[in-house]
Design a protein around this ligand. Structure first.
Ligand code: ADP
Ligand code: MG
Length: 243
């Protein structure tokens, strides 16, 4: 794994037209720490993650890795440092699992075929899917496909990993395996931001839980502080609905 880094958002604003979706987001994730972002649908969680890896540009504010602004960086170079995993796995259906992983290694990291394949196999092994290298994604379960997507992101040796509801599209019996993999990664010291509805995961794995509502982080703290002594009435209401 590449050396992980700290991640900070400072007063991040972003609007789609007149719709102000992020209204001054502040978030700090220490090096090697895991932040879980919880909150109602439409509160801006996905927009926030997309702003971190510059799929979207903030109107105002700053995104920092190890204390240094990344907003002037080349977006492609930045995306090599920040891996992202989506609810829909976004694997290429016509390619083998192995090719899904080697593609970016060859095109973006410019590795040779053998080197890319070796790295891909190493990461498939890490997510427990070494035997599936030659399979097409459609022949894998949703949980296995998501683990391939995670292996694909990890093979780029990112310094930060972002997860956007990575288990929300999975059948219930497949959720555990993916969460266990994410917990593993967290315990190995990857800096992670995890948008999730899995409150058990947030409670057990997160170093920080941030509650987003209407485009701001309304309250953030250690899991115990959030789940047992939430201050903000909106957070208390949210938790009473999801727990
Ligand atoms: P969450 O992930 O918390 O459910 P999102 O970040 O997806 O929330 O969306 C926040 C708000 O921004 C929603 O009202 C959504 O409709 C709006 N939104 C998201 N992406 C776009 C876009 N590309 N164009 C216009 N509005 C968007
Ligand atoms: Mg979302």
């Amino acid at each position: 794994m590449s050396e992980s880094v700290s991640l900070s958002l400072r007063d991040v604003h972003l609007a789609f037209g007149h719709h102000r979706v992020l209204r001054g987001v502040d978030l700090d994730v220490a090096q090697g720490a895991t932040a879980c972002v919880i909150g109602p649908s439409g509160s801006g969680k996905s927009t926030l993650l997309r702003t971190v890896n510059r799929l979207l540009e903030p109107d105002r504010g700053d995104v920092l890795l190890d204390g240094r602004s990344v907003l002037g960086d080349d977006p492609d170079a930045l995306r090599q440092r920040i891996g992202m995993v989506f609810q829909q796995f976004n694997l290429f259906p016509h390619m083998s699992v192995l090719r899904n992983i080697t593609l970016a290694l060859r095109r973006i990291r410019k590795l040779g075929e053998d080197e890319a394949a070796a790295l891909a196999r190493e990461h498939l092994d890490r997510v427990g899917l070494a035997a599936k290298a030659d399979a097409r994604p459609a022949h894998l379960s949703g949980g296995q496909q998501q683990r391939v997507a995670i292996a694909r992101a990890l093979a780029m040796q990112p310094q930060v990993m972002l997860f956007d509801e990575a288990t929300s599209a999975l059948d219930p019996e497949l959720v555990k395996g993916v969460l266990a993999l994410m917990a593993d990664l967290s315990s190995q010291g990857m800096t992670m931001v995890v948008v999730t509805h899995e409150m058990g995961f947030a409670r057990e794995v997160a170093d920080t839980v941030a509650f987003m509502d209407a485009g701001v982080v309304l309250e953030a703290g250690e899991p115990a502080a959030i789940f047992e002594s939430a201050q903000h009435p909106r957070l208390r209401r949210f938790l009473s609905q999801v727990l």
